[in-house]
Design a protein around this ligand. Structure first.
Ligand code: AMP
Ligand code: ZN
Ligand code: ZN
Length: 425
């Protein structure tokens, strides 16, 4: 009898510990700073919900008839396309949208890069790096808001898990892919129903589904179509929830970049001219950074690469095209390779023997397939307006303006680019 009870007790302990470990591993708990409130002045301000749909190329709403996005953008403002920063990858661009700075100016120059001074490779998937503010420059919008006693709530935006000078979003989810999309919508609804002093005025959401489907199956697949529908449906529900509150909620829906299809059967191997004893070369398919152990090896390797390259472009860091804001002069954190290699579409690199997915991004933002979306609607936006393409660095001053947040930190974006889309510029 006693042994039966002991067995039952042990089983319960085991189940409890397993559950606790699973929850911890997935980190699905909302992090809340309980003692924060909006100042009385901030409570009078409007609301902004910034939504990013990863890899939602400029043409996908029409291509797959995303009915909510099509209807909503018509009620507000839509850009021809949104121009990503170079390289058109997730972490550099989300952090550019959040800070108004080009990647070489905020320091997150790639999803994976080497920092010579620290002798460390940054990886977006490394949880330790996701919370370490020393990798991230600039001042993200949620920090700007919190500094001015306006509450923010961030659901998964790259770079949002750090604290800057001890400040982080009042409401925060660390990145995980296990909270179902309907649950996320319900959480946003809960945020909007909080009392005025506790209700976040700046909310950012991130949807990875389209990127994941389009990498694996290309942007032209049934899977991409289905992912577009899932996200469109979720956005429709968030908008309904916001409408029901009667609050002055503005929506800005963006993507970080587009997607193209590469030739995954004939990939480019590591060029023969690169001696791996002389250079560090983190893996990549769409951009390779070569970090020299010794300065003297840069020139000869560059020359050898130039002689050998047919399927990719080779740049010394000082020669990287000016329009990318990515060359030696721009590289404030010294994290761009001494030489970079950029494949010419439909080519892509494969230097570690892992066949790349058919869908890829990261290429020149001037390439049509890399271009993204900007749709915005709500009480602060004009309606029925179509505007020319613009660079995503300009979103920062736009949101600061709507929320009445002031800033003295230097940013690359300019308010004059988007002021004309506001009802009260
Ligand atoms: P990319 O390699 O540029 O296509 O990056 C997109 C992927 O980044 C998504 O599929 C997610 O798995 C991952 N991701 C997005 N946001 C985060 C985040 N905040 N933390 C960690 N990983 C993320
Ligand atoms: Zn992305
Ligand atoms: Zn991607």
């Amino acid at each position: 009898m006693l042994s039966m009870l002991f067995k039952k007790f042990s089983l319960l302990v085991f189940l409890w510990v397993s559950l606790a470990l699973t929850i911890r591993a997935q980190d699905t708990v909302q992090k809340v700073i309980a003692d924060r409130t909006n100042s009385p002045e901030q409570q009078k301000k409007p609301y902004v919900i910034l939504i990013s749909i990863d890899a939602f190329r400029w043409d996908l709403a029409d291509k797959y008839q995303a009915k909510n996005l099509i209807k909503l953008r018509e009620s507000g403002v839509q850009a021809d396309y949104l121009k990503p920063a170079y390289p058109s990858l997730t972490f550099p661009n989300h952090y550019t949208i959040a800070t108004g700075l080009y990647p070489a100016h905020h320091g997150v120059v790639d999803n994976i890069f080497y920092d010579k001074a620290r002798d460390v490779v940054y990886r977006k998937s490394d949880k330790k790096m996701a919370v370490d503010s020393s990798w991230y420059g600039g001042k993200p919008l949620w920090i700007l808001a919190e500094e001015q006693k306006m509450l923010s709530a961030i659901f998964y935006w790259p770079g949002s898990e750090i604290s800057m000078n001890g400040i982080r979003p009042t409401y925060l989810y660390n990145y995980n892919e296990v909270i179902p999309i309907d649950r996320r919508v319900a959480i946003v609804k809960d945020w909007l129903q909080l009392p005025a002093e506790k209700r976040p005025h700046f909310i950012a959401l991130y949807f990875p589904q389209v990127d994941q489907a389009a990498h694996k199956h290309t942007a032209d697949s049934e899977e991409a179509r289905a992912a577009v529908q899932i996200v469109d449906d979720a956005i429709g529900k968030v908008v309904e929830a916001a409408k029901a509150t009667g609050l002055a909620v503005n929506f800005i829906v963006v993507s970080d970049h587009g997607m193209t299809t590469i030739d995954r059967e004939n990939t480019i191997p590591l060029p023969k001219a690169i001696d791996m004893n002389k250079f560090k070369v983190p893996p990549g398919n769409v951009l390779l950074h070569l970090y020299a152990n010794q300065q003297k090896d840069i020139k000869p390797t560059y020359k050898a690469l130039k002689a050998e390259a047919t399927t990719y472009d080779v740049y010394l860091s000082k020669q990287i095209p000016k329009v990318w804001h990515y060359n030696k002069k721009n590289d404030l954190y010294n994290r761009v390779g001494d030489i970079i290699l950029v494949p010419k579409l439909p080519n892509a690199f494969n230097i570690n023997g892992i066949k790349p997915d058919p869908g890829q991004h990261g290429f020149d933002p001037a390439i049509r397939d890399m271009q993204a979306i900007f749709y915005a609607w709500g009480p602060n936006f004009k309606s029925g307006l179509k505007i020319p393409a613009f660079e995503n660095v300009n979103i920062y001053p736009l949101i600061a303006k709507i929320l009445g947040l002031t800033f003295s930190n230097k940013v690359d974006g300019k308010i004059k680019v988007l002021a004309p889309i506001l009802t009260n510029p």
